[in-house]
Design a protein around this ligand. Structure first.
Ligand SMILES: Cc1cc2nc3c(=O)[nH]c(=O)nc-3n(C[C@H](O)[C@H](O)[C@H](O)COP(=O)(O)OP(=O)(O)OC[C@H]3O[C@@H](n4cnc5c(N)ncnc54)[C@H](O)[C@@H]3O)c2cc1C
Length: 484
């Protein structure tokens, strides 16, 4: 058994962990970071690298906006602290050697990303996101951001232990957290933390049991870091932490392909498509969903039958719709190394996109009643001619008939970006117990117990990792040390 000691122990080396470690170190504390995986970076490294940092003078609007999105499920001090800290993230990143740049999400694909964030909610214009250019500009997306943080951790000589999952939090007789037990290569490592422990071990995207227990859909496939299995949530709950936002999840749906653990997102480049459920019927306004919440269209149930009537979902388009451009424009997550063809022909050849010369032939190939799918398309064609969709109220300009064969289907399943739930924290990033009191010397940040309590604004998670990670690191370092 190995025994180590430090001032601040950070559990999880993604964006929140790196930010907490850098800040704690710069406040004068000795820091150790424990990382479960052989490679650090977590979801942060796989992300699209868009992070919230409000322009000066817009903080009050941003607070109002996030408060409205959270629907009363997040304490106001937590939102205020996040926004205040996020307002300084841009300068902090510059101080680390990065060059931030305002970024806008691609908003012309379906399901859409709304920009600015949720325009119908107050304060939307303040939700400005940045991305980072860095000395490693050739790296894609979150890789750029994470390697900037990583290089800064390394430069400071912060000790990192990779391939070493934390297993348990250690507490003293007062219930304060005084360290953790981890494992590496079959050996137990006990690390004593003189000042505090910061939990930044991410969500539970890859824990099937927790997903089944907490999420509104099942199955729900992760696309990020397979190491995010809710370990920190379990460890914190075991010592009395209150949990919040466990059912909040961000995602849409995508195609599962052999050899890839993460489903690919399908983002139609034009409105020339519909979704049908497994029975061949439309079930939603296909062009009306914000991409992070498109999964909500799948939660419907049929009181007369078990299971989800929507799953699997099929995206249906015609030849002209297919030729509008690549159906997968993703550059992040588990499928990022695969280059989807610009005209989708490679994926048709692989059978990922299923082709039928006629609607009936397509229906047979996807094991659907041809008469039902034909009726769905002909009824939809009538709506397109009239410019009105009485069933699901698609806007007139998106009503484009699917009338040029061959026809194409993509089978899709719920695909999540990340979970939000975990231990509840306060504005000082202290983990709270079930009575609402802080658990001594335990801090948290990032998507583990994220502040997003209902809806979510793109950029809000990496933004939170960077902003709240620094609050946690600073406050952890400020604790008076326990005697050795
Ligand atoms: C494909 C994709 C794209 C995204 N794009 C964006 C975006 O553009 N903007 C945005 O705001 N959000 C985005 N998100 C979400 C965002 O990336 C994450 O929510 C955020 O980066 C989480 O940061 P974190 O530090 O809390 O967790 P992570 O970065 O996931 O880090 C957690 C770390 O803890 C480690 N860990 C887990 N268990 C243990 C244990 N027992 N012991 C030690 N270590 C452990 C994990 O291996 C991991 O390295 C995206 C997510 C994905 C998957």
């Amino acid at each position: 058994m190995q025994e180590l000691e430090t001032d601040v122990l950070v559990i999880g080396f993604g964006g929140a962990g790196a930010s907490a470690a850098i800040e704690a170190h710069d406040a004068g504390a000795q820091v150790i970071i424990l990382e479960k995986m052989a490679e650090p970076g977590g979801n942060t490294r796989l992300s699209n690298c868009s992070w919230f940092s409000p322009p000066p003078g817009t903080e009050a609007q941003a607070i109002e906006h996030i408060d409205a999105l959270c629907l009363g499920r997040t304490d106001r001090d937590v939102i205020e602290a996040y926004v205040k800290s996020a307002g300084t993230t841009k300068a902090w990143i510059e101080g680390l050697g990065g060059t931030p740049k305002v970024t806008h999400f691609l908003s012309v694909r379906y399901p859409q990303v709304t920009h600015p964030s949720w325009p119908g909610f107050p304060g939307s214009a303040a939700m400005v996101n940045q991305t980072v250019m860095s000395p490693r500009d050739s790296e894609p997306n979150g890789e750029r951001l994470f390697m900037l943080l990583h290089d800064n951790v390394e430069k400071r000589g912060i000790k990192t232990i990779l391939g070493a999952p934390a297993k348990e939090l250690l507490t003293n007789e007062r219930g304060d957290v005084v360290g953790a037990v981890a494992e590496k290569d079959g050996e137990t490592i006990t690390i004593k933390a003189r000042r505090a422990v910061v939990l930044t071990s991410g969500g539970f995207e890859f824990n099937d049991e927790m997903k089944a227990r907490y999420l509104p859909l099942n199955p729900f496939y992760g696309i990020g870091n397979p190491g995010n299995t809710g370990d920190g949530i379990t460890m914190a709950e075991k010592i009395g932490a209150d949990l919040w936002h466990m059912g909040v999840v961000v995602g849409s749906f995508g195609i599962r392909a052999e050899g890839f653990y993460a489903p690919f997102s399908i983002n139609y480049p034009s409105p020339r498509f519909i979704y049908v459920n497994k029975h061949g019927k439309r079930f939603t306004n296909e062009t009306g969903w914000e991409t992070h919440f498109a999964w909500q269209s799948l939660v419907a149930y049929d009181p007369k039958k078990p299971g989800y009537p929507t799953l699997p979902v099929y995206g249906i388009c015609d030849k002209e719709g297919l030729m509008k451009g690549t159906l997968h424009a993703g550059t992040a997550g588990g499928g990022r190394h695969y280059k989807w063809s610009a005209d989708n022909s490679a994926e048709v050849a692989k059978g990922w996109i299923i082709e039928g010369k006629t609607v009936a032939e397509l229906a047979q190939k996807i094991k659907m009643d041809p008469a039902v799918l034909e009726k769905t398309l002909s009824k939809y064609g009538e709506y397109c001619e009239k410019g009105v969709d009485p069933d699901f109220h698609r806007s007139k300009e998106t009503l484009q008939s699917l009338n040029t064969g061959p026809f194409y289907a993509v089978e899709m399943w719920p695909r999540m970006v990340n979970t939000m739930g975990g231990p509840r924290r306060d504005g000082e990033a202290r983990v709270l117990n079930k009575d609402g009191a802080p658990i001594g010397r335990l801090y948290s940040a990032g998507e583990l117990g994220s502040l997003w309590g209902h809806l979510y604004c793109g950029g809000g998670n990496v933004g939170e990792a960077l902003a709240v990670g620094r609050i946690a690191g600073r406050n952890a370092a400020a604790q008076a040390p326990l005697n050795s």
